[in-house]
Design a protein around this ligand. Structure first.
Ligand SMILES: [Fe+2]
Length: 545
């Protein structure tokens, strides 16, 4: 089947679907599935907008609300994960995944689904070492700290995914797995994004948690976004035993949705022609969710996952045949993801803006139904109970030094206005090639009264549980010529194509957002013009990371 993959969406759904339609007209035909690798921005209304960790000037309603209201319908089944710029209150309603609009499915904090027999997994958020070992304690209204920590990847999600034993075809993460840049054209990457050089040299760029998952899951494909550059790599895994064929993962990261950027790519992916033509739950994943239900943690205290160290009665939560049968019976042998989307929040009305719209911690009926059927806990019910028992929230707000306020809505208004606290989101990376260079950005920011020092995510900081045993290629180090002498990249084509096992080239046929067709000469001129149009975004690209 034909699968389109998109990088950071930033609420540009209309433009992504328009580009997809163009690709379908120009290319081999209809695309069956769209996968979006985060920063999706499923913003329904003004309250959602306040839950998005971006400076106020970037808080635009964009186009998602039209799909939520039913005014528009996604032309193709769309599956997405969360990034670091999301309507976090909306996604929080669906920790185990669910429909955010008809035909648009969120994979959850972590999740695995099947479409036409293709097994698609993913993890939402980005890695930050200081929040990694906390429970899911955040709930709206968020404060200046939780509005960011809410999208930081947690060890429990990685742990659950690591219980998977059956092969995964496609995996999605917003930030790149750490080290993946050593398996592709590093020279070209550093030519385009020279400010990654230090982190690439130190092997500190990207998520160690995603890297751990990549090593464990060894999916056929891994797609990412976040760094706003197209990059392909081929990672060869080590065979477990001599009789086994060594697996390989084809990695592809895409740019963000802007004109003339490589933000979309269509791939042919093998599917099972006899498999259903609708979205299905994955029985192994559901069984793991069911088994790990007791591990739900809604506190912000640091904790470790069960392991075979004599301290835990159980550490293996992988799905047995018997357990999978039981879960299947609970679902009456029907794995179809129900089309049970319903509008649960007020939808933005451009004619009646509501700046004071109340922000509530909502239970979503899709999650309620899913949890009831599977017999697991709704994370948000547990959070609400904990809140009633004063077990958290206040505790963390105090840590933040944010003044408490009896009005939840007012607190949210105050706390989510990050501009009042800082113009810098420590989770964002200055990325854009239009920036002068990283040093100038850093020195400019050093004048700003930053709220806190961001804990480093250097290798020494994170838990030793990251085994870091993957086989690294010989070219781990960045050689002196890695940023020099790369052949000129013609538009949309890298100088070195990464060939997959079946001869497929992951760097070919990039799809860029073009309003119409132009010859190469004309296209260059238009590119400059469009850069000017988008300068407001590009010149301060911290938002878009
Ligand atoms: Fe991002």
């Amino acid at each position: 089947m034909r699968v389109a993959v998109a990088g950071c969406c930033h609420g540009e759904l209309d433009k992504i679907y328009e580009t997809l339609a163009l690709a379908e007209r120009r290319g081999p035909g209809r695309v069956d599935l769209l996968l979006c690798c985060g920063d999706f921005q499923a913003v329904r209304n003004e309250a959602d907008l306040r839950c998005m960790a971006v400076p106020p000037k970037y808080r635009h309603m964009q186009t998602f609300y039209r799909y939520y209201s039913g005014e528009k319908k996604a032309p193709v089944l769309t599956i997405f994960i969360g990034g670091n710029h999301e309507a976090s209150n909306h996604l929080q309603e669906l920790p185990y995944g669910g429909w955010v609009a008809p035909n648009i499915y969120y994979l959850g904090l972590a999740g695995v689904v099947k479409y036409r027999g293709v097994r698609i997994g993913g993890i939402s958020g980005i890695f930050k070492s200081h929040d990694y070992r906390k429970g899911h304690f955040e709930c709206p209204p968020y404060n200046s700290s939780t509005i960011r920590s809410i999208y930081h990847v947690r060890n429990i999600e990685v742990y659950k995914l690591k219980q998977l034993k059956q092969p995964i075809d496609i995996f999605l993460s917003h930030d790149w797995p750490r080290s993946i840049y050593h398996y592709g054209n590093k020279k070209q990457l550093l030519k385009t994004k020279s400010f990654f050089r230090q982190e690439v040299e130190n092997n500190t760029l990207g998520s160690p948690a995603a890297s751990e998952l990549l090593e464990h899951l060894k999916p056929t494909y891994w797609f990412s976004a976040h760094l706003h550059v197209k990059f392909a790599a081929l990672m060869q895994h080590q065979a477990k035993d001599k009789e086994q064929t060594a697996k390989a993962t084809k990695f592809l990261a895409l740019d963000k949705c802007l004109p003339h950027r490589d933000f979309l790519q269509v791939l042919e992916i093998k599917h099972d022609p006899s498999a259903p033509d609708y979205l299905e739950y994955d029985i192994e994943w559901l069984t793991i969710l069911s088994a790990t239900d007791d591990l739900i943690n809604v506190t912000g205290h640091l904790w470790n996952m069960p392991e075979n160290n004599g301290l835990h009665a159980r550490w293996d939560y992988s799905a047995t045949e018997e357990a999978m049968k039981e879960v299947l019976e609970k679902l009456n042998h029907d794995l179809k993801v129900p089309c049970n989307f319903s509008i649960t929040a007020a939808c933005y009305d451009p004619s009646k803006p509501q700046t004071q719209m109340q922000l509530v911690h909502r239970l979503n009926p899709q999650t309620t139904e899913f949890c009831a059927q599977l017999g697991i806990t709704d994370l948000n019910v547990r959070l609400q109970k904990a809140k009633e028992e004063h077990q958290f929230c206040g505790e963390y707000e105090e840590q933040d030094g944010v003044e408490s306020n009896d009005s939840g809505e007012d607190r949210s208004e105050y706390n989510t206005d990050t501009s009042a606290l800082s113009s810098i989101n420590p989770d964002e990376i200055m990325l854009d090639e239009e920036e002068e260079d990283e040093d100038s950005i850093v020195s400019a920011h050093s004048d700003v009264n930053t709220p806190s020092v961001e804990p480093s995510d250097r290798a020494s900081d994170f838990s030793t549980s990251f085994s870091d045993v993957r086989i690294l290629p010989s070219s781990m180090m960045v050689s002196s010529d890695d940023t020099l002498g790369s052949p000129v990249v013609t538009e949309g084509k890298c100088d070195e194509a990464v060939e997959s096992g079946d001869g497929e080239d992951l760097t070919k046929v990039p799809l860029k957002r073009l309003s119409d067709e132009h010859e190469p000469e004309q296209r260059k001129k238009i590119k400059r013009r469009n850069q000017a149009i988008y300068a407001a975004v590009d010149d301060d690209d911290d938002y878009a990371a």
